[in-house]
Design a protein around this ligand. Structure first.
Ligand code: ADP
Length: 449
């Protein structure tokens, strides 16, 4: 289904009106489509985007999805993450109406623009932002958008001037990609996630693989040296491949130095992204940047001016030799492990963890905790279960709120310690979302004397 072949009067339905479909609607309007139908579960008043869209050529229903969604619809643009189990979605599939998400729309509207797309289970936002930073600092015109919180279709309209569009893509966006074909696809890693949505790990992996599905011999796929789950899909890929990883590959890292095919690129000294996982993100971003012909000395200069994104191992402040780190984005045990491992092998970490308990096993934390955590201060709904796990491994206390946890940590801290908020839990027992939790933490830290 090529959208540009549609008559401008044909009806296009937008199922869900969040940030992505807001961008999609703006793009469709600007392309001249004059029969858009929006179906959204929230009320019109509660929706922050509708006011800017309403007018001639746009009709809508709010408060739920009725069969109007299906009526005379030639194309359906679905919000990424819209539950496939929803009855309306089931009906859509039965009618055979073509379904796309915003990235497919953006690509079909501007097939000659150059996309660099990033996906993976972890590290997408950091890698996307880093690569965008590298390109800009090296003098290229590049935009950033997608799952990072900037609607990709809006970026296409606002940034006509760009040489490259760096886009972060989720499995939700990719599952409905049909012709999308980035010049460079970066596939970071894969671990089981969003199985409730995709139905199985295999179909989650398949959705992710659509990032490189349409690539041609002149296109590039940046991928880890080993990634067994991806092999069945990668075996059908006929573009160029650049591999990164600690165990060899085209771009690698050893003993403080980055290498490209055996040639030293530059040292990692001066890099502000902590942790081994971030070295992987750096290798992936550099692989893409080098493939565009950018030079190592320029990339080194650009790399050392990049800082962690907000709420991801973000240094908030140092007070009397104690560093305060905000890793509020950490909502899984895996993220906690990565965070703790990012701070030296000696026991200098005072860990603040807890929140809404997802009841996932804590065992993967054992080694990192035993080696590195001096004190665990646990708060929120998960405090008791976490305390039961941590107390045999390190000193551990429970409190009610994050604020009290921070007080306990600050009292116990000695110069050289790191006070690390890496909750490993969802935030909604006490906060609106992880951003809110991180913002409160930073404010509390700023107020410490
Ligand atoms: P995403 O956008 O995929 O959620 P982020 O860049 O926002 O990724 O990082 C979120 C968290 O994921 C980090 O705080 C860290 O715990 C973990 N993470 C980041 N990069 C990697 C990586 N390459 N491998 C494993 N975990 C990672």
């Amino acid at each position: 289904m090529m959208i540009l072949n549609l008559d401008k009067k044909e009806r296009i339905t937008l199922l869900g009106l969040g940030l992505s479909n807001f961008g999609a609607a703006l793009l469709l309007k600007s392309l001249g489509f004059s029969n858009l139908f929006i179906s959204e579960a929230s009320s019109a008043d509660a929706n922050p985007f509708f006011a800017e869209l309403k007018g001639p050529g746009v009709s809508c229903e709010f408060g739920g999805h009725t069969d109007l969604v299906l009526e005379r619809t030639s194309l359906l643009v679905v919000s990424p993450g819209f539950p496939p189990q929803a009855p309306i979605f089931h009906k859509i599939q039965q009618t055979g109406i073509p379904v796309v998400t915003d990235i497919e729309l953006a690509f079909q509207a501007f097939p000659d623009r150059k996309f660099i797309a990033v996906t993976g289970s972890n590290g997408k936002s950091t890698t996307t932002a880093l690569l965008h930073h590298l390109l800009i600092q090296c003098g290229l015109k590049a935009s950033i958008g997608g799952n990072i919180g900037i609607p990709v279709c809006k970026v296409m309209l606002d940034r006509m001037d760009c040489d490259f569009h760096v886009v972060e893509l989720s499995s939700y966006q990719l599952e409905h990609a049909q012709s999308f074909r980035p010049e460079i696809a970066i596939f970071l890693n894969i671990t089981p996630n969003h199985i409730d949505h995709h139905g199985s790990y295999e179909s989650y992996t398949r959705a992710k693989s659509r990032i490189f599905f349409n690539q041609k011999p002149q296109d590039t796929l940046v991928k880890p040296v080993t990634c067994l789950e991806m092999d069945p899909f990668i075996s059908k890929h006929n573009g160029k491949k650049i591999c990164f990883g600690f165990d060899g590959g085209d771009i690698t890292y050893r003993d403080g130095l980055f290498y490209e095919r055996g040639r030293v690129l530059f040292p990692s000294e001066g890099v502000h992204l902590p942790g081994r996982h971030n070295l992987e993100n750096i290798m992936a971003a550099m692989a893409a940047a080098l493939s565009l012909g950018l030079e190592a000395p320029d990339l080194e200069k650009a790399l050392i001016t990049f800082y962690p994104l907000e709420h991801r191992l973000e240094t908030v402040r140092e007070i009397k030799g104690v560093k305060y780190i905000n890793d509020s984005k950490s909502t899984t045990v895996d993220a906690m492990v990565k965070a703790i491992e990012s701070f030296g092998p000696s026991r200098r970490v005072i860990l603040l963890a807890g929140g809404h308990d997802k009841l996932t096993p804590l065992v993967p934390l054992t080694a990192a905790t035993s080696e590195r955590v001096r004190l665990a201060v646990l708060f929120g709904e998960a405090a008791t279960r976490f305390h039961d796990f941590f107390s045999p491994l390190c000193p551990s206390v429970t409190t009610d709120t994050m604020e009290h946890a921070l007080d306990e940590a600050a009292k116990a801290a000695e110069p050289g310690d790191v006070i690390l908020l890496s909750p490993g839990c969802a935030s909604f027992d006490q906060f609106k979302n992880f951003e809110h939790r991180g913002a409160v933490f930073k404010e509390l830290v700023q107020n410490l004397r």
